[in-house]
Design a protein around this ligand. Structure first.
Ligand code: CA
Length: 230
């Protein structure tokens, strides 16, 4: 449960609004609800929230357009609420500047856990970049370009290292195939998803104790990859 946050929910379904509102403590969160995209944008500009929960299927406009308008003037963290199977919406949300998405139907526990990860990452982004990243026994030294897992050094190729460093810097966040290819391979390689899969497989074989149950890098089917930050 997030504490002391101002949250704007943009969602046209009353049942979902009720169920989300009931899940936050009245004293802990300043809660604003909007039924349409235009109302949502107005409220966000007025209350300057810490977080926006944005449904994509809104009566007056597509949530992706709301996100696009919002990103012209605000960097507020945005969690998108999507329907199951809409991989394209997820990719476009992330490429359009959403911080994460959650698929309906979701549990409130899952939602708030994901929100906590987003808020932690935002906070971390405001402090100086860490020289060493550490998670579940994996240590990545950004200055020395060294990686170890449970104390044993792992030798990575330059591409594998750049892949891991990018995902670790964005721990908790799904990065789309397009974003990863642009960052690691550079422009002109946005469609090289096969190469990405091959190098990801090689990276996982080196860092994951059990590549069929990854504990560091999770595949988000049809969307991209996420370094698990939990
Ligand atoms: Ca809706």
């Amino acid at each position: 449960m997030p504490n002391g946050l101002t949250i704007v929910l943009i969602e046209d379904e009353p049942a979902i609004r009720r169920f989300l509102k009931a899940s936050v403590g009245k004293d802990d969160v300043v809660w604003h609800e909007c039924e349409s995209g235009s109302e949502g944008l107005k409220v966000i500009s007025k209350v300057n929230p810490d977080l926006v929960l944005l449904d994509l299927g809104l009566p007056d406009q597509n949530g992706l357009d709301v996100l696009k308008l919002l990103r012209e003037w605000s960097s507020v963290p945005v969690m998108v609420l999507t329907a199951r199977g809409q991989e394209r919406d997820k990719v476009q949300s992330l490429d359009g500047g959403a911080d994460d998405y959650i698929t309906k139907p979701f549990s409130v526990n899952e939602l708030w856990a994901r929100v906590r990860v987003v808020m932690r990452r935002v906070k971390r982004g405001q402090t100086a970049e860490r020289a060493v990243f550490e998670s579940k026994g994996l240590v990545l030294d950004f200055e020395a370009h060294r990686v170890s897992v449970r104390g044993a050094e792992v030798r990575l190729t330059p591409i594998e290292y750049r892949l891991l460093a990018l995902l670790a810097r964005n721990a908790g966040k799904v990065l789309t195939h397009k974003t990863i290819l642009a960052e690691v391979w550079g422009s002109g390689y946005e469609d090289a998803t096969h190469a990405l899969r091959v190098h990801m497989g090689a990276l996982r074989a080196k860092i994951e104790p059990d590549a069929s149950h990854p504990q560091f890098i999770r595949t988000e089917t049809g969307v991209g990859y996420r370094f698990l930050d939990e």
